[in-house]
Write a protein that binds this ligand. Structure first.
Ligand SMILES: Nc1nc2c(ncn2[C@@H]2O[C@H](COP(=O)(O)OP(=O)(O)O)[C@@H](O)[C@H]2O)c(=O)[nH]1
Ligand SMILES: [Mg+2]
Length: 265
């Protein structure tokens, strides 16, 4: 990889629902990149995480303490987590100092467990815009065991579209935990991505007529939603697909090739 060191390293934001495998993928990807001689640094923006399998360059927990906020503000864990994530924005300048001194080639950014804390509150957008100055992209994680069911798959794609509409950044769909499902599930997911008629048909055979009619209408009304480009199939346990994910990321950051959604306007 070559990067003009005058520019800041690009940042890949790892976004997905709770438990979709963000922290695991951040860890595996950084480990894989470092083995390849690429100076990757992990950034943890989740103030609520208990255990991290990687050593972050920046750790949200050094700036905000969820337990302290629970005590001082008299909040329960959910409210304290929301406030903690919002408060991170106050530390952008301090975090910038660390980034300024970094010689990283790429930042892999792990985001809060609950997707809405980062994607659907103002803090996440501010952090992506003000903390990172290089190129940016999103890896949107779709849990393979969860998405093997057609309706789950569809709702996850709607969520991906909602995330995209917030950030307008090049977005790669990443199927995680491939090691937990059989080849047939993966083939189905790839089939649904390649041809939306197939998911409408699978919904027709598996669910009520009411659900089928609904899916038929909504899926048809959003022609480009997640069905245009092959997702990357990965496992953070076996490292399957990490090479493909990095190839996609490289194309966005260094290859100038358009992604599924194209570059931001
Ligand atoms: N088998 C398997 N388990 C995984 C994989 N990725 C994550 N997990 C497990 O899924 C759970 C949630 O993962 P985590 O990375 O913490 O998800 P996050 O909430 O999105 O950060 C943990 O128990 C992980 O060990 C994977 O590729 N394969
Ligand atoms: Mg996590």
């Amino acid at each position: 990889m070559s990067r003009n060191k005058v520019e800041e390293a690009p940042a890949l934001f790892i976004i997905g629902t709770a438990g979709s495998g963000k922290t695991s993928l951040t860890s595996s990807m950084v480990e894989w990149l470092i083995k390849k001689g690429i100076n990757a640094e992990a950034i943890n923006l989740d103030p609520g995480v208990e255990f991290l399998p990687y050593e972050p360059l920046i750790d949200a927990r050094e700036y905000v303490d969820v337990y302290e906020i629970m005590r001082t503000e008299g909040l329960g864990p959910n409210s304290a987590l929301i406030l903690s994530t919002d408060l991170l924005v106050d530390y952008v300048d301090e975090m910038r100092k660390t980034l300024n001194e970094s010689t990283a080639d790429i930042f892999i950014v792990d985001t809060p467990g609950q997707i809405e804390l980062f994607a659907f509150r103002s803090g996440g957008l501010v952090l992506t815009e003000e903390l990172f100055r290089g190129n940016k992209a999103i890896a949107y994680l779709v849990d393979a065991p969860f998405s093997s069911e057609p309706m789950n798959f569809i709702s996850n794609l709607f969520l991906e579209a909602a995330v995209y509409s917030r950030f307008l950044l090049p977005t790669i769909t990443v199927i995680t935990k491939a090691d937990l499902v059989g080849g047939e599930s993966i083939r189905n997911i790839l089939k649904w991505f390649a041809n939306k008629e197939t998911i409408i048909e699978d919904v027709r055979t598996r669910y009520s007529a009411e659900k089928y009619l609904y899916v038929k209408n909504v899926v048809k009304s959003i022609p480009s939603l997640g069905f245009l480009e092959k997702p990357i199939i990965t496992s953070s346990k076996t490292f399957e697909g990490i090479v493909d994910l990095y190839a996609s990321v490289s194309r966005i950051f260094f290859g100038g090739e358009e992604t599924r959604y194209g570059p931001p306007p």
